[in-house]
Design a protein around this ligand. Structure first.
Ligand code: ADE
Length: 233
């Protein structure tokens, strides 16, 4: 079972992880989500989590001591622990990464705030053979902290785990699905439901034809068109 652990100085910020699809998946024992307060996990007397940057400059940097203590305390004995450090300077998250993470046994999310986490934290765990470190960004913009970014990643990963989605067929045809072909990432074709005519707009004729071969061809070409249009922007 995949175990997600999140470390943050604002654990309440992560409470949506108890809801909806993720809440149900935890109740069914399909995955576990543990939320930890960085301050509770520190073992130094002051429970301090940040300090001024060496070399000067604005803002505060999060202490490697606090993060090291917290990460060590929640690490399982899995052969490989994936440590995800959320930062706008990280590798851009995508569906392929979501698939890779879905094979993990334990993912620890380090949700930093301020000007980020002391760079030695990533470096130290890179040197440990039972950890794989990933510096990850969810997009080219700056958030106040890594909490929302961690929730985005967990939502994308959890729905790929067996049993989490009510209808696993949903995974086969959706946008960015790489289940079929690893080299291509198409967005999904447009979807329609009843009524066939709504506010003067009709559902494309082909979808009412019952001709499954032609419908599949049309959907494929619509998916390609949408993907091309997005790429041209
Ligand atoms: N922390 C701040 N901004 C972020 C981003 N875009 N992605 C991940 N973590 C972040």
């Amino acid at each position: 079972m995949l175990r997600f652990d999140l470390i943050s100085i604002f654990p309440e910020y992560l409470s949506p992880l108890k809801l909806s699809l993720l809440g149900k998946a935890q109740d069914k024992g399909l995955l576990a989500i543990n939320i930890h307060d960085l301050r509770d996990q520190t073992t130094d007397v002051h429970h301090s989590v940040d300090d001024t940057p060496y070399g000067g400059g604005a803002g505060m940097v999060m202490s490697p001591v606090a993060w090291g203590d917290a990460i060590d305390q929640i690490s399982s004995d899995a052969d490989q622990i994936d440590l995800v450090i959320l930062t706008p300077a990280g590798k851009k998250f995508n569906q392929k990464m979501a698939y890779e993470f879905s094979k993990s046994k334990q993912i620890i999310f380090a949700c930093g705030r301020y000007e980020g986490i002391d760079a030695r934290v990533g470096k130290y765990y890179m040197q440990q053979k039972n950890y794989k470190v990933h510096e990850v960004s969810i997009g080219d913009y700056v958030l106040g902290g890594g909490e929302v970014a961690a929730m985005v990643i967990i939502e994308a990963v959890a729905r790929l785990l067996p049993g989490v989605l009510g209808n696993p067929d949903s995974l086969k045809e959706e946008s960015h699905s790489i289940a079929g072909n690893k080299d291509e990432s198409l967005v999904e074709y447009p979807n329609y439901t009843k009524p066939a005519s709504w506010r003067g707009l009709d559902v494309p004729e082909i979808l009412l034809s019952g001709n499954h071969g032609e419908i599949a061809k049309w959907r494929r070409s619509e998916a390609e068109r949408r993907t091309r249009e997005l790429e041209a922007e």
